[in-house]
Design a protein around this ligand. Structure first.
Ligand SMILES: [Mg+2]
Length: 144
């Protein structure tokens, strides 16, 4: 199981009323209950910051589970660009058959009704609804 993680609108409300990564602890708390799940960063932050810098934003135990960033599909005129980048990553990593979820606040980055998307309210970021949905998906995968 792989979690593809967006930052803006997920780890903080999109408009950042209290700064950035204000909800990081909520995300990390859930992930600690699913220790075998890998994390890949799909946020546009990956375009400005190398992977070690992105990892350093997280707590040490979670940092170790951030295995990569998705490729940047420049020149790929795909309407569902983030889903396309995720599928590129899955193919390149040889993990195309694996279960995955994307936590993201931008629906149009994904195909309509993409079953892998956990859509987050951009105004609140990661909230209890997100947590419940994420736990439901991760729990289901561990029994698959
Ligand atoms: Mg976002």
């Amino acid at each position: 199981m792989i979690v593809f993680l967006d930052f803006d609108g997920v780890l903080h409300p999109f408009h950042r009323p209290a700064g950035v990564f204000t909800l990081l602890a909520e995300f990390e708390r859930v992930m600690r209950d699913y220790a075998d799940v890998d994390i890949v960063i799909s946020s546009t932050w990956r375009e400005a910051h190398p992977l070690p810098q992105l990892r350093a934003l997280f707590s040490p135990d979670i940092r170790d589970r951030i295995i990569d960033v998705t490729p940047i599909a420049s020149g790929l005129h795909h309407p569902f660009v983030r889903e396309a980048e995720i599928r590129m990553w899955l193919r390149e990593a040889g993990r195309a058959a694996e279960q995955w979820v994307a936590i993201d606040d931008t629906a149009w980055f994904f195909s309509p009704d993409c079953p892998n998307l956990i859509l987050v309210d951009t105004e609140t970021g990661f909230n209890l609804t997100t947590e419940r949905e994420l736990r439901r998906r991760l729990s289901a995968s561990s029994f698959a």
